[in-house]
Design a protein around this ligand. Structure first.
Ligand SMILES: NC(=O)c1ccc[n+]([C@@H]2O[C@H](COP(=O)([O-])OP(=O)(O)OC[C@H]3O[C@@H](n4cnc5c(N)ncnc54)[C@H](OP(=O)(O)O)[C@@H]3O)[C@@H](O)[C@H]2O)c1
Length: 275
């Protein structure tokens, strides 16, 4: 990772913080991202004390305007990234349906749509690098998206909101890999590990059964493992390639999600000849 720049969203805590620290130790210029300045500064300081190169960018991913500002700041302050790790997320806890600043169901907005927009905005800089990688940190917890009620206005359950957002990340990964085939950007996704000892898991009341190191190493494999050069459009369970929910392989569903996502973030689809 020497000489490379990596952005890890949600690296103020949990597995994102672990990945940021490990990438810095491998010589990467790390962009720590979070919504809490004090927690972010603490991570940056720790990396610098260990001789690493890190800077902090703040953005609340529950606002698409802040996602846009984050992408601008990345381009302005770093000239772009070689690795983008869409890791920030909210877990399954909570019984009340919540909305993002843009009025979208909160887990769909933060866990999926923010990463979709950030990726689309940073794609030109990723493509300008020799070989770059995008890693979407999804989950084995997946549930098919009901396209008649994506915003979960009926019978809201936090776990369902989480699972559909995680499957959306996987569908996005497969769709983007197809679009980028033959180009210099690889995009993969994974379930890092089951119930790691993180804030998200503790808040959901579940007893952790995996370590942050275990999930972190699975993410790092997709960011930095040389034998995976050119491997794109795959879903991993930990260190091994695996199968996702059947909806991820349904091209009609993927097309629907793609169209909806471009519409919700207000961007034109570069593959849509009508735009
Ligand atoms: N833990 C597991 O066992 C497990 C299993 C499968 C998949 N995953 C996935 O792994 C990823 C990381 O999870 P984790 O367990 O490390 O969780 P975590 O410790 O709760 O960390 C989540 C990170 O996301 C950030 N974040 C949350 N909402 C945000 C927002 N609106 N704007 C900006 N940043 C925001 C948090 O910032 P704050 O510090 O400000 O809260 C924190 O840095 C998630 O995508 C999760 O779905 C985790």
């Amino acid at each position: 990772m020497k000489g490379k720049t990596a952005l890890i969203t949600g690296s103020t805590d949990g597995v994102g913080r672990y990945v940021a620290e490990r990438l810095a130790a491998r010589g990467a210029r790390v962009i720590v991202h979070g919504r809490d300045r004090a927690r972010g500064e603490a991570v940056v300081e720790r990396i610098r004390r260990q001789g690493g190169d890190a800077r902090l960018l703040i953005a609340d991913l529950s606002s698409l305007a802040e996602v846009r500002s984050l992408a601008e700041a990345v381009k302005r302050e770093t000239g772009g990234v070689d690795a983008l790790i869409n890791n920030a997320g909210i877990g399954t806890s909570g019984t009340q349906r919540e909305l993002s600043a843009d009025g979208y169901e909160l887990r769909f907005a933060v866990n999926y749509l923010a990463g979709f927009l950030l990726t689309r905005l940073l794609l030109p800089t990723l493509e300008s690098r020799a070989a770059s990688r995008i890693v979407n940190v999804a989950s084995a917890g997946q549930q098919a998206i009901d396209f008649a009620d994506v915003m979960l206005t009926r019978g809201y359950i936090g776990a369902r909101a989480y699972r559909q957002s995680k499957l959306a990340q996987i569908m996005f990964t497969f769709d983007l890999a197809q679009e980028l085939a033959g180009r210099n950007v690889a995009v993969n996704c994974l379930h890092p590990a089951t119930f790691m000892d993180t804030t998200m898991v503790r808040l959901s009341g579940v007893r952790p059964i995996s370590t942050v190191e275990e999930g972190g190493e699975a993410i790092l494999q997709l960011v930095d493992e040389s034998s995976l050069e050119g491997v794109s459009g795959r879903y991993f369970n930990g260190m091994r390639e695996s199968r996702a929910d059947p909806q991820a392989y349904d091209t009609t569903a993927r097309r629907k999600l793609r169209a909806l996502s471009f519409e919700l973030v207000g961007l034109a689809d570069p593959l849509d000849r009508r735009t």
